[in-house]
Design a protein around this ligand. Structure first.
Ligand SMILES: C[C@@H](C(=O)O)C(=O)SCCNC(=O)CCNC(=O)[C@H](O)C(C)(C)COP(=O)(O)OP(=O)(O)OC[C@H]1O[C@@H](n2cnc3c(N)ncnc32)[C@H](O)[C@@H]1OP(=O)(O)O
Ligand SMILES: [Co+2]
Length: 140
């Protein structure tokens, strides 16, 4: 099992526009880009922090798991994304070790990365995302 780094930390927000000034103006961090990921019903903003990122997640519909999260728990820390290679093999390994997977097969996430989530009931309450960048894209 090879986890390379924390790719990003996901934070659920009601509004990217309202949340961004803290990161950009107050902390002086750099916005890498904003993108809609329709398969997950979210709009995301990536902010560079050293060699990892913060991902602000704004729900785009009530179907979004982020909308449900905010309704139940309010805004805040939502998931930790770990960068891996060969994501399908990593998921198979985890499954064989008895970890509950939300996604048995990877789906397409931001920047066309392959992503899959592990169920928080198997990880002491943390929602983990595995993500594998498209070949050729730099991993920071
Ligand atoms: C764009 C992309 C990218 O980076 O490229 C993304 O990140 S997309 C990021 C947004 N997409 C996702 O999160 C997709 C994966 N997430 C999901 O499928 C869902 O949110 C689940 C994690 C399965 C939860 O959905 P479910 O309908 O079961 O909600 P629920 O409220 O009944 O929660 C079931 C149990 O999980 C816990 N739970 C729910 N959300 C949690 C979270 N973010 N962190 C830790 N625990 C969480 C609840 O407290 C509850 O625990 P108890 O049972 O103990 O009360
Ligand atoms: Co994410």
């Amino acid at each position: 099992m090879m986890v390379k780094k924390v790719d990003h930390i996901g934070i659920a927000v009601r509004s990217i526009e309202k949340a961004l000034p803290f990161y950009i103006e107050t902390l002086n961090l750099t916005l890498e880009g904003i993108e809609e990921v329709s398969s997950q019903h979210v709009r995301v903003a990536f902010i560079k922090v050293g060699d990892t990122k913060i991902e602000l997640l704004e729900p785009t519909s009530e179907e979004s798991s982020v909308a449900k999260f905010i309704d139940k728990r309010g805004e805040g820390l939502h998931h930790v994304a770990l960068a891996v290679n060969n994501i399908e093999e990593r998921l198979e390994e985890l499954k064989n070790k008895g970890i509950a997977l939300i996604d048995e097969k990877p789906r397409v996430g931001a920047a066309q990365a392959n992503i899959a989530f592990l169920h928080p009931k198997s990880t002491s309450g943390v929602l983990y995302e595995f993500c594998e960048k498209q070949r050729g894209e730099k991993s920071d």
